[in-house]
Design a protein around this ligand. Structure first.
Ligand SMILES: Nc1ncnc2c1ncn2[C@@H]1O[C@H](COP(=O)(O)OP(=O)(O)O)[C@@H](O)[C@H]1O
Ligand SMILES: [Mg+2]
Length: 252
């Protein structure tokens, strides 16, 4: 089967005063349909740059990203983005935030309501549908952002350190919920994280990047079965994969 996302020798330079800085150097990577890949690497190694190019928010200097065989020219409804800072509209309720993308998609009111309801329940915000974001905890805001991204039914989720600002327990809950939804709705996920444990726990494959210039360093197959459980998280296999990723990231 053709890959869902292809990075084909993607380079991105930023022009500085005197020279051009290479943020991403010839990244080539295939992501399969339905695959969950996580991306780890030191700060500044081009993770967000790569994701933003796939999202169509940033143009490559050279090379292309293909989604379903077509070159990415800009953002599209088949690619949902979730960022670390919960980009919610503060003047809209949870329900209105989740319905927002559906409105743009042209869904009629009753259908919008029905879809929003389903995803609000899925992320456990059923009792807070009419709440404004400022009244929610960080974890709840992020659940809302996830529900909003899911609601428009993108086949790809591009997530940039989405759980980075959350406490450890909320983070683990959202990881399990994300995996649960992913296994039922089967989306392709590219997920950036700082956290090596999180990277291994979630992924089919962990993409390790290196800095200066930002580039692909190593791809590590996780090969652990789903559903991932606490037992797997504590297993010797998990530890050994985690240590391999750790080595690849920190001994550059
Ligand atoms: N708009 C920009 N202008 C200049 N340099 C940038 C810009 N965006 C990112 N960079 C630089 O490119 C490199 C990679 O950035 P980024 O992709 O955000 O890294 P990461 O997400 O891995 O921390 C960094 O050194 C960063 O400072
Ligand atoms: Mg980043």
């Amino acid at each position: 089967m053709a890959p869902k996302i292809v990075f084909d020798k993607v380079t991105r330079r930023f022009d500085l005063k005197d020279n051009a800085f290479v943020a991403l150097d010839r990244l080539s990577l295939d992501i399969a349909d339905g695959e969950f890949v996580t991306v780890v690497g030191p700060s500044g190694c081009g993770k967000s740059t790569a994701l933003n190019i796939a999202a169509g928010l940033l143009k490559p200097s050279e090379g292309t990203v293909l989604v379903d065989g077509k070159a990415v020219e800009g953002p599209g409804p088949e690619r949902g983005m979730i960022f670390q800072q919960y980009a919610l509209f503060p003047w809209l309720t949870v329900r209105q935030n989740v319905e927002f993308g559906l409105r743009i998609k042209g869904e009629e009111a009753s259908r919008r309501r029905q879809i929003a309801e389903r995803f609000i329940d899925l992320v456990g915000l059923g009792d807070f549908a009419d709440a404004l974001p400022k009244t929610l905890s960080g974890g709840m805001k992020q659940r809302c952002a996830i529900a909003r991204a899911y609601a428009v039914d993108p086949s790809i989720l591009l997530m940039d350190e989405p759980f980075g600002a959350l406490d450890a327990l909320t983070r683990v809950q959202l990881q399990d919920q994300l995996l649960d939804t992913w296994s039922r709705e089967r989306r392709t996920v590219m997920f950036i994280t700082h956290d090596v444990d999180e990277a291994v726990y979630l992924a089919n494959r962990v993409i390790v990047m290196a800095a200066r210039p930002g580039r692909l360093k190593e791809i590590i197959d996780v090969g652990l079965p789903y559903p991932r459980t606490e037992e797997i998280r504590l297993s010797a296999e998990f530890m050994s994969i985690r240590n391999r990723v750790w080595q690849a990231v920190y001994h550059q």
